[in-house]
Design a protein around this ligand. Structure first.
Ligand code: B12
Ligand code: SF4
Ligand code: SF4
Length: 377
């Protein structure tokens, strides 16, 4: 925990505005709504006198990148494998606010507001100002004690508390996080283009994932830990003490074939209480289809073929891309002959056309290419 003064992040407003003006927030429209309030605690709540920042470790107990070497399995980022941190941190913040109110005494008349991504608050620069760590070149807050594995939360209060010293930058000449990024999402150190970040693409982005970024996603179906995991400061991090923030091992390397079968009810049951549930089944299975396409594993072709007939156009589009990579050309043409004529969604039709190539569509005759047993949806 640390304390920052409300006026302690003077560089943040201009940096936030230039990020937004460059469009680097992609479709996260909510980031655009109140930049003034986001970058200055006093604009959000004029009575605020101090900001208490809380960091809680969710450091994993095993190699967070191990699943990347298993293309038939789903890599889920560490933060999403445990209880939704919003719920856990909010509870802790309320406890701390309660203790502060008690310390102020009955006549203390102290006000509090607690935030974990629940209001426009810039948690990382505030946490750096409160001495919890510094914003690394990957833009996430790094702590000398906990590495890159901290969740953050903030309490705004009318109490005047002694502020802590800000933490200095300890990145030095290191650039491991910048070099590892699979989709080249850092235009410069300390600057992230969310539109290229796998966390954004797999969690926040609602439509089809841009084609040029699909391959870099590999088998990451929800979030990404690469830039966090390679940080040398992690070597000092002890495993998360809070049990609710410990990653569930059964979510670490689930077979893509099983995830491709999830309907809405099964999806909700499997991911109940985790942050994954928020994205909904269709967006998640879209990501599974992309991972299947990247697996280059023909044993997964029947899964992709089934998804090409899914009720959701978002899933169908991603699955068409996957089958184009997995099925032999003849089988792909046969599947296109069976499904493309009845496809009403323009974006899914585009995926078929892209798979068929410039002259492919004219060559489709259903009778000529009946679907083979494997290629039937
Ligand atoms: C929007 C958002 C995202 C977006 C955009 C990420 C981003 N970097 O902004 C996406 C969806 C991509 C994302 C991804 C992730 N997120 Co997120 N996200 C947020 C959110 C809601 C807002 C962040 C924000 O304000 N962005 C706006 C930009 C402009 O702000 P900024 O990153 O601080 O930008 C600064 C730098 O660019 C810097 N800067 C610019 N130029 C220069 C130059 C120099 C020299 C220096 C020093 C600095 C500097 O100044 C800017 C202002 O401080 C916060 C929660 C919150 N309310 O704060 C969580 C939050 C940042 N996310 C979090 C997590 C865990 C993740 C992921 C690790 C999840 C995952 N495993 O997939 C990834 C990490 C990806 C990454 N490398 O950032 C945690 C990070 C905890 C921590 N230790 O910092 C937060 C704080 C949530 C929480 N409460 O714990 N996230
Ligand atoms: S989370 Fe992954 S995709 Fe996003 S910036 Fe880090 S390494 Fe790149
Ligand atoms: S990997 Fe290196 S450059 Fe990136 S945040 Fe960690 S210390 Fe800084």
């Amino acid at each position: 925990m640390g304390v920052a003064r409300p006026d302690s992040i003077p560089a943040a407003p201009a940096r936030l505005v230039s990020w937004l003006e460059a469009g680097q927030h992609g479709e996260m429209d909510w980031m655009e709504e109140t930049p003034g309030r986001r970058a200055d605690p006093r604009a959000l709540w004029p009575q605020v006198k101090s900001v208490v920042l809380l960091g809680m470790s969710y450091a994993p107990d095993s190699d967070p990148l191990a699943t990347l070497a298993r293309p038939d399995r789903a890599a889920i980022s560490v933060y999403a494998r445990s209880r939704d941190y919003h719920d856990v941190i909010k509870g802790k913040l309320k406890q701390i606010a309660g203790a502060l109110a008690k310390a102020a005494g009955p006549g203390g008349d102290v006000g509090f507001k607690v935030f974990v991504d629940t209001a426009p608050v810039m948690e990382k620069p505030l946490a750096a100002a409160a001495g919890l760590g510094w914003q690394g070149k990957h833009t996430v807050l790094v702590s000398r004690r906990h590495g890159s594995w901290l969740f953050l939360g903030a309490i705004y209060t009318t109490a005047v508390l002694p502020p802590d010293e800000p933490e200095a930058d300890h990145c030095g000449s290191c650039r491991r996080c910048l070099d590892i990024c699979p989709t080249d999402a850092f235009p410069a150190p300390y600057e992230l283009d969310a539109r290229r970040c796998i966390a954004y693409l797999t969690i926040e982005h609602k439509g089809p994932i841009p084609r040029d970024l699909r391959e870099g996603i590999g088998n990451r179906v929800f979030g990404c830990d690469d830039c966090l995991a390679v940080c040398p400061w992690n070597k000092f991090a002890a495993v998360a003490r809070e049990q609710k923030l410990r990653a569930r091992t059964e979510l670490g390397a689930m077979p893509l074939a099983d995830l491709a079968r999830l309907d809405d009810a099964a999806f909700r049951a499997l991911f109940a209480g985790t942050p994954i549930k928020r994205t909904g089944r269709d967006r998640f299975v879209r990501n599974v289809a992309i991972a299947i396409g990247n697996s280059r594993d023909v044993a997964l072709a029947p899964s992709a073929t089934r998804l090409a007939g899914d009720a959701s156009p978002l899933v169908r589009g991603a699955a068409v891309w996957a089958v184009a990579r997995l099925l032999p050309r003849r089988d792909f043409m046969a599947l296109a002959a069976a499904l493309l004529p009845g496809e009403a969604d323009d974006e899914v039709r585009d995926e078929w056309q892209a798979g068929l190539g410039p002259d492919g569509a004219s060559g489709i005759v259903a009778a000529e290419f009946p679907p083979t047993e494997d290629a039937r949806p």
